[in-house]
Design a protein around this ligand. Sequence first.
Ligand code: HEC
Ligand code: HEC
Ligand code: HEC
Ligand code: HEC
Length: 132
Amino acid sequence: MKKILVYGVALAFLCTTALVAVANDKGPAEMTLQATVDANKKPKPAVFPHAKHQEKLACGECHHTKGDDGKQVAFTDGMKIQKCETCHNKAAGMPKGLQTFKDAAHKNCKGCHKETGKKELTKCSNCHPKKK
Ligand code: HEC
Ligand code: HEC
Ligand code: HEC
Ligand code: HEC
């Protein structure tokens, strides 16, 4: 009887760890984004409350990956999440408007912020706060 219980607990433990292994690590809650490849001469970091966005949005709104053919592949649970710059850099041969971190971020971040219709969200200073 005791043995069965021990096995049961071990099995339950294995199942939960297996589940955790499938789900993605959520990454940092708060981020300061700064291009390192193709960066502007004058750095312009952007603030990004990651966790706040994760509360309402699916990971695939922002994260995706690339297939062997170089085409975009949609987000799937458990996929490897890479930095935007890994693919969105000038050497990678991306189409115009998606060639740098700035390009990709502005299209993704500003694009959605524009759709919300909230003007304050599209202001430069919303993401690039002025230095105090
Ligand atoms: C919704 C958020 C958002 C808004 C609004 C926004 N940006 Fe950005 N911007 C980013 C992110 C994210 C990056 C990429 C990370 C970084 O700063 O390097 C970036 C990158 C940049 C860069 C390159 C910085 C570097 O160090 O290489 C410049 C320049 C820039 N933005 C200018 C602007 C200007 C000017 C405006 C207003 C007209 C603006 N941005 C509005 C999010 C935003
Ligand atoms: C609104 C856009 C957005 C959403 C939604 C979002 N993320 Fe992110 N996430 C980002 C950006 C931007 C970065 C920074 C990427 C970079 O530094 O190039 C990031 C970074 C990460 C990182 C760290 C990657 C690294 O190598 O530094 C992980 C892990 C991650 N996200 C997981 C998730 C998961 C899991 C979800 C869904 C629960 C999610 N994200 C939802 C935009 C988003
Ligand atoms: C593993 C490579 C890879 C990574 C990492 C990556 N992208 Fe992309 N992304 C692509 C490819 C490939 C395309 C399609 C380009 C084309 O149209 O030919 C694309 C297209 C896009 C587009 C335009 C199409 C759309 O979905 O709206 C945006 C915006 C974008 N990426 C933003 C981002 C942001 C923001 C990040 C980081 C959170 C990121 N990408 C990370 C490969 C990548
Ligand atoms: C798919 C939609 C979407 C995308 C993509 C997105 N955002 Fe947002 N973001 C929102 C919405 C909606 C809000 C307003 C949230 C609220 O007020 O609760 C917001 C709010 C913000 C705020 C203000 C937070 C606050 O506390 O008021 C910042 C800063 C921000 N986003 C930065 C970014 C950056 C940087 C990116 C790209 C890396 C990004 N966002 C991508 C939808 C998006």
